[in-house]
Design a protein around this ligand. Structure first.
Ligand code: PMT
Length: 431
């Protein structure tokens, strides 16, 4: 199939009937965990902002936090009782602490002290708040606030890195005059900024109207009916991108090589094996596609001939090796970037590199004609193939941005932030 064919009309079998168009899952229940810093006095503003946005809000506070902000104020604004103790017979009767951890769709820790970050990083649960943070399965959004030297301390930075790698999201801290008299980084983000970030995490439909096609996983190139050439891609990176795009209200098609991962909610999965099957599946979706993300590890070559029967070593001379001729596979990403309708579409590629990562990614950006390349150093043991974390750089014609080690879920969120910014810029361009 040629690049022109890639732009062909949607074939009948690719009908979108029956796909659960992602009604944005606006999760509504926010648990605010307040720990003991002076910035706690701003939490009532955060409660008000989230309540005004239509969310159910509950608060819990450490003993120290209750010195800085009155639980009665939080209770009045949220309309819910505020828990401060792990073992309180009265409150435990109302909603037990595990039920509270399960209740939340999102937990916001604001302010998060250095002590709270350390306990979270090390799984310490020695009061109500830290127990809730350990017990909850909801995503965590953390707004640190502390003295600049505490923030910069290697112990705190190591704790932050651990939490980020586990998928915990951060907002702030900001720089400025601190309550302790020092100036620098450590001020809690403003309540409005925390609320906006919480809204985004709750699934605001910022990609509604977009059709996002994501390739994921590795391809299998058949040698014979039982053997194939493959690679170590698990599909984790691409599946996280598809899941995050669906949470943001996009129509999402996930064209995936073989992967044991479950299909994310609200995503239509098209299962393929080989690179040519992947290319055909992408072609079938392209007419509607407005954002294409190529996270798959596509085999560049396939055996020239896939034997119809199992290749038998007895058919070879005793000391003879087996020589396999390989031919090139189509470059799906480059074809999509050249396909007609390009002006309607944002094209994002990945670059799996093991040396000179940024330079190689810049060359790929140009050669393949993408708007954005996500470069990852696959020689690292904590990034790239078949791990839950990734360390990536975003490479565009305008410049590069290198992110710290993050969970693949967080990388997906950051990537979609970039996608949204690029889409917004494209819409603003004069036609
Ligand atoms: O799946 P995981 O275990 O989570 O691992 C994630 C990952 C390492 C696979 C992912 O982060 C990643 O880097 N994906 C791209 C892997 C790759 O094939 O990179 P590449 O540098 O060889 O290819 C560059 C780009 O061209 C990629 O977007 C690739 O999808 C695309 N390509 C490559 C060859 C080809 N024939 N067709 C393509 O579309």
């Amino acid at each position: 199939m040629t690049a022109a064919a890639l732009a062909g009309t949607l074939p009948k079998h690719a009908s979108h009937e029956g796909i659960s168009r992602m009604a944005p899952p606006r999760a509504q229940r926010v648990l605010i965990a307040v720990t003991g810093g002076i910035a706690a006095y701003k939490v009532p503003e955060l409660v008000r902002a989230l309540v005004r946005a239509g969310h159910a809000v509950r608060c819990c506070a450490t003993h120290n936090a209750a010195q800085f902000v009155s639980p009665l104020v939080l209770q009045t604004l949220s309309g819910e009782s505020v828990r401060t103790q792990l073992f309180d017979p009265e409150q435990e009767g109302e909603i037990d602490h595990i039920a509270l951890a399960d209740w939340a769709d999102l937990v916001v820790v604001a302010p998060a002290t250095a002590d709270a970050l350390a306990k979270m990083a090390h799984g310490i649960a020695d009061d109500l708040v830290t127990t809730l943070l350990l017990a909850t399965r909801a995503p965590l959004l953390v707004a640190p606030a502390m003295n600049v030297n505490m923030w910069r301390h290697p112990a705190t930075q190591a704790n932050v890195a651990t939490l980020r790698a586990r998928g915990v999201a951060f907002v702030g801290p900001e720089s400025g005059m601190l309550a302790c008299g020092w100036e620098g980084e450590g001020r809690m983000a403003e309540p409005a900024a925390i609320a906006a970030e919480a809204e985004r995490r709750l699934g605001a439909p910022t990609l509604a109207g977009e059709t996002v096609v994501v390739t994921a996983g590795g391809t299998r190139e058949a040698l014979d009916p039982v053997r194939f050439l493959a690679n170590r891609s698990s599909g984790k990176m691409g599946f996280e991108i598809a899941a995050a795009a669906a949470r943001r209200g996009a129509d999402v098609v996930l064209v995936s090589g073989p992967s044991a991962l479950a299909t994310p909610a609200g995503v239509r999965r098209v299962a393929v094996e080989s690179a040519t099957e992947m290319r055909d599946a992408v072609a079938a979706e392209l007419a509607r596609c407005t954002v294409f993300v190529a996270a798959a590890a596509v085999a560049d070559f396939r055996p020239a001939v896939a034997a119809k029967q199992k290749i038998k070593k007895e058919a070879l001379a005793d000391d003879a090796g087996l020589v396999i001729e390989l031919v090139r596979n189509p470059d799906i990403l480059a074809e999509v970037a050249r396909a007609p309708g390009r002006e309607r579409r944002l094209v994002v590629g990945f670059a799996a590199e093991s040396e000179d990562v940024l330079a190689a990614a810049r060359r790929k950006l140009e050669r393949k004609g993408c708007d954005l390349i996500v470069a990852n150093d696959v020689s690292r043991s904590d990034a790239g193939f078949d791990v839950d974390t990734n360390a990536v750089s975003f490479v565009t014609a305008q410049g590069d941005e290198t992110l710290p080690l993050l969970s693949k879920r967080e990388v997906a969120e950051r990537l979609l932030d970039r996608v949204e910014a690029l889409r917004a810029a494209a819409h603003d361009e004069p036609r």
